[in-house]
Design a protein. Structure first.
Length: 147
């Protein structure tokens, strides 16, 4: 760098820094399916309902859902406001459809339908792993299933 050259803090770095947001969102969805499978196994061992257990078991799903929303917002160059962040954290089931409609307009209904289909897939994965876990526990004599 010569003495005559000046550095401007607003200069952009020349490089190929493209981020594959679709891959990141797919990876988060795969983590959600893995979480659903693990949740099915864990459900077999908790007989009582406890607020603390519900919170601990539900926290990874919430964090992955929030991660998906923030990745989607970055992909769409959408800024999630402070109120929406609070709503997403504390009332995710209400705020998520609002977020989809806010970022996609009328096409948000299609995205919401796909999200519901994905939730049904997660539920099916949870039930399948729960039934498989119960069956294996019965086969190996770990628990007794009452029919």
């Amino acid at each position: 760098m010569d003495d005559n050259e000046t550095f401007s803090p607003t200069e952009t770095v020349k490089g190929n820094w493209s981020i594959d947001y679709a891959r990141k969102k797919r990876r988060i969805l795969m983590w959600l399916l893995g979480y659903a499978a693990a949740f099915g196994v864990v459900c077999c061992f908790f007989t009582e309902e406890s607020k603390l257990v519900d919170f601990i078991v539900g926290l990874p799903g919430l964090l992955l859902g929030l991660s998906w929303c923030f990745t989607d917002a970055a992909e769409r160059n959408h800024r999630i406001g402070g109120l929406m962040k609070v709503l997403l954290v504390f009332f995710f089931l209400v705020a998520f459809p609002i977020y989809l409609l806010q970022t996609r307009g009328f096409r948000g209904f299609k995205s919401l339908g796909l999200a519901l289909l994905f939730i049904a897939t997660m539920l099916a994965c949870t039930v399948a792993t729960m039934l498989a876990s119960l069956y294996l526990c019965d086969v190996f004599g770990l628990t007794v299933l009452e029919y």
